[in-house]
Design a protein around this ligand. Sequence first.
Ligand SMILES: C[S@@+](CC[C@H](N)C(=O)[O-])C[C@H]1O[C@@H](n2cnc3c(N)ncnc32)[C@H](O)[C@@H]1O
Length: 215
Amino acid sequence: MLVRLPGVYPAQYDSWALVEALKQETLGPDSRVLDLCAGTGVLSVCAAKQGAGRVTAVDVSRRAFATTWINTRPHRRSVRVVRGDLTEPVRSERFDLVVSNPPYVPAENDRVPVSGIARSWDAGKDGRAVLDRICLQVPDVLKAGGVLLLVQSTLSGIEKSGAMLEEQGLRVDVVSRVDVPFGPVLAARRDMLTQRGVIAMGQRSEELVVLRAVK
Ligand SMILES: C[S@@+](CC[C@H](N)C(=O)[O-])C[C@H]1O[C@@H](n2cnc3c(N)ncnc32)[C@H](O)[C@@H]1O
């Protein structure tokens, strides 16, 4: 059971897809894990329970930072919680595994929110404002042989994420796909996304994909 302060993203389909992928990884006392965009800290808790010796959770939101801090207290010997922008606070460190469930929902415009719960999902018109930065930054903080597990929607360009990571020498596979009904945010954007040609007329679900990229 996770605590969640108001304004923090509740763990849901995308979080669980990543939890399942994380459970397939082998972690031990020497494993260094980075949870980028931690939210409630659900993935940090999962990594700690799986035996990772050193987990770092990063989120830009004060409320998410506090929520992750509370939820990871039982694992405080192995989890460190940091507030900051993506890999900026850990750029001199190297990790065996990076897990990330970033904002990836196509928004009305390219202004990325700087506060409020919409910061958890809004990611510019193409949904890639944070994804592009992750695909550029994460290879630099992975050890050789390190793994990135990244969840996103097919509405925000799986091929582009794969191509960006491969360009930097990573080997990329899709390890899971799940079709989920539109939540309230996408349901409210159906007309806009249909007009842009991002979804088909009458479409009511999106596909979530977990990418696994190895350096
Ligand atoms: C979709 S939620 C994921 C939360 C959690 N990992 C999960 O799977 O349930 C995305 C999170 O990214 C955080 N975030 C957005 N932009 C960020 C940035 N530039 N750097 C770090 N965290 C960011 C938000 O505050 C939010 O908590």
